[in-house]
Design a protein around this ligand. Structure first.
Ligand code: S6P
Ligand code: ZN
Length: 168
């Protein structure tokens, strides 16, 4: 299926905005020396999430994430990444910019999917997911997920992903 759409404007009312700066996720980067050095100079915004969250089972939440271009010691700006607390899947739709959606199952098997305008990617249940901006402009994508999925950040914070996406 290949659909040519006219330029369109995406609008929705967010009820939650989250901004992640380097100081919020310093430990996620491999090059700790570079992360510390950067923070001595300034605290860049890595990404922002504009979400419309609903509550309870049976409902859907959705969010647009905007990841700035940049890297820390060659490792591209990225989201923290998480598992869903409940085994629920998720849908990603690329809107602008170029990036990678990194998936990893509970056994640590990783997979990289392209994140680009018009591309729909399916995040299967029980897969950690992280978005990475590999381009030189902002990466924007829409995520649609179950309202009661819950977010487990600690597993990734402790163990990380098997793969890191760095500049070549
Ligand atoms: C929610 C969905 C996205 C992320 C967002 C930021 O299930 O996967 O909306 O929350 O891209 O990533 P993270 O890992 O900081 O929540
Ligand atoms: Zn998710």
């Amino acid at each position: 299926m290949d659909l040519q759409l006219d330029d369109f404007r995406l609008t929705f009312e967010e009820n939650k905005k989250t901004v992640r700066k380097l100081s919020d996720m310093k430990d996620f980067y491999a090059d700790q020396r570079m992360a510390t050095r950067t923070l001595q100079l300034y605290d860049p915004t890595i990404y922002a999430v504009y979400a419309h969250e609903s509550e309870g089972p049976g409902n859907l939440s959705y969010a647009v994430t905007v990841i700035n271009p940049g890297d820390i010691g060659g490792e591209y700006y990225m989201t923290k990444g998480h598992f869903h607390t409940k085994p629920t899947a998720e849908l990603y739709l690329g809107l602008e910019g170029e990036g990678i959606l990194l998936l990893q199952d509970r056994k640590g098997k990783a997979k990289k999917l392209p994140l680009q305008p018009g591309k729909i990617s399916y995040v299967p249940k029980d897969h950690a997911h992280r978005a990475i901006n590999t381009g030189d402009s902002q990466l924007k994508f829409l995520a649609i997920y179950s309202s009661d999925s819950g977010h487990d950040y600690s597993t990734i914070k402790e163990k990380g992903f098997e793969e890191r996406v760095k500049k070549k």
